[in-house]
Design a protein around this ligand. Structure first.
Ligand code: UGA
Length: 434
């Protein structure tokens, strides 16, 4: 298709990825933000977000002139053919999505959008938002299109450029199709839908992933009680193509900036139409229970009481490959440990700075020093390759609690330590350390 003039409002990880990737597909993209300092950093090619490939795309976009960064949406949109809204929609009071940022931008640009310009929502917005935006803009010559993103943090660029599908939805189907064509360069199926269906796809997908993870965490708990091994159970399940092999890893609970907020929001959306989405509520409750079971496991590893125990924490980010701490299960577990009186020494390869309730160090071995137990909370591959014999030397206790089933239990046992994961048989230390 011929390159389009696109404006992306919001330069967070979704907006910046969207802008840089659309520019790499040949479109002329202007990214807008209210944060003047951020706009000058990005204009100079400085990317703060840890996202593989993103900085390169930004540099290339700036060099080719197809990507630019400005402050002020009102001026930027005046000759746009499509405006993508990529502003935050955080969890608001009571669990619903907070749409204030979307509303502010819509009010700012509504009357200056050129006729025919598609106003596209990329941010995750509750079903019905397209209609609400359409009413706010109050114009029939500006179609509103929902085009949800399915980007995972840490692989956002790869996900954008190699998507499983593109979803575009609008009550103006021609506009939806046109937005779908912006991705023509990518070899992906395009689902064209009405606005409500497109909006619901995003929630339905994220909530399904959350359900899957809570289910797996429950099966892992059953494994522990029944003497089975979750690694073998999920291997056996995963060969079933209807189930698939991904999103079957148990852990300290699911977190991040999306799954917790989207599950709460969908429960609220369901309530608004008098549907009690008990299955989803159970998944959310199970996620809290999982955190508590992990805390109990760690308490068990230090003899039952956390007060005064020194715990070495490996990993703080909500998953490996990102420095994002939002709704991180690692922080949720840590804060309970801290509240119960444990002393926490933590290391994460992508996180530095101060975090309340713990001492953050810049080296994994410092975490082990005098620790009663070491706990893996984020699945960074580098933790697998630590010198565990050296870790054992530094530790006071012998317990390693691996909440991500990341480590090789044999390596831990050979180092003279005890290993316990989630839903897997324990591997006890062979050598008794005094
Ligand atoms: C999620 C979705 O996967 C994306 O498709 C979606 O676009 C994005 O939210 C969004 O709404 O923007 P993300 O938040 O980056 O992406 O994180 P995930 O990779 O989905 O992981 C979520 C949580 O589940 C993490 O805490 C992770 O550690 C946990 N997880 C994931 C497991 O415990 N086990 C697994 O097997 C997979």
């Amino acid at each position: 298709m011929t390159p389009a003039r696109i404006v992306v409002v919001g330069t967070g990880y979704v907006g910046l990825t969207t802008g840089a990737c659309l520019a790499s597909l040949g479109h002329n993209v202007t990214c807008v933000d209210v944060d003047r300092a951020k706009v000058s950093r990005l204009s100079a090619g400085r990317v703060d977000i840890l996202e593989p490939g993103l900085a390169d795309l930004v540099h290339r976009g700036l060099a080719t002139g197809r990507l630019r960064f400005v402050v002020g949406a009102r001026d930027a949109v005046r000759d746009a053919q499509a405006v993508f809204l990529c502003v935050p929609t955080p969890m608001g009071a009571g669990g619903s999505a907070d749409l204030r940022a979307v509303e502010v931008v819509t009010a700012e640009i509504g009357d200056v959008l050129p006729a025919g310009c598609a106003l596209v929502t990329k941010s995750t917005v509750p079903v019905g938002t397209s209609k609400r935006i359409q009413a706010m803009v109050g114009r029939t010559d500006v179609p509103v299109v929902s085009n949800p993103e399915f980007l995972r943090e840490g692989t956002a660029v790869a996900d954008f450029l190699g998507p499983d599908r593109i979803v575009v939805g609008s009550d103006d189907l021609a506009a939806a199709r046109w937005v779908g064509e912006l991705y023509a360069e990518l070899d992906a199926p395009v689902v064209v839908a009405d606005a409500a269906s497109a909006e619901l796809v995003k929630y339905a997908a994220n909530c399904y992933l959350a359900l899957k993870l809570s289910y797996v965490n429950s099966i892992a708990e059953l494994c522990e009680r029944l003497g089975a091994d979750i690694a073998l159970v999920t291997e056996g399940m995963g060969y079933d193509r209807r189930i698939g092999r991904t999103f079957l890893k148990p852990g300290p609970g699911w977190g991040g900036s999306c799954l917790p907020k989207d599950t709460s929001a969908l429960v609220k959306v369901a309530e608004s139409v008098n549907y009690d989405f008990t299955m989803l509520t159970s998944a959310i409750n199970e996620n809290i229970a999982q955190r508590d079971r992990i805390v109990a496991k760690i308490a068990g590893a230090v003899g039952g009481t956390l007060a005064g125990a020194r715990i070495g924490v490996l990993g703080l980010a909500f998953k490996a490959g990102t420095n994002d701490l939002r709704d991180s299960p690692a922080l949720a577990v840590s804060s309970v440990l801290c509240a119960l009186g444990a002393e926490l020494i933590a290391y994460d390869p992508a996180v530095d700075g101060e975090i309340a309730g713990m001492t953050v160090v810049d080296d994994a071995y410092q975490v082990a020093k005098d620790a009663d137990a070491v706990v893996v909370l984020t699945e960074w591959a580098e933790f697998k390759h630590l010198d565990w014999a050296a870790m054992a030397e530094l530790m006071d206790g012998i317990d390693v609690v691996d909440t991500r089933n990341l480590l090789d239990p044999r390596v831990i046992v050979d180092a003279g330590l005890s290993w316990q994961g989630v839903g897997r048989p324990r591997a006890a230390a062979r050598i008794k350390v005094s």
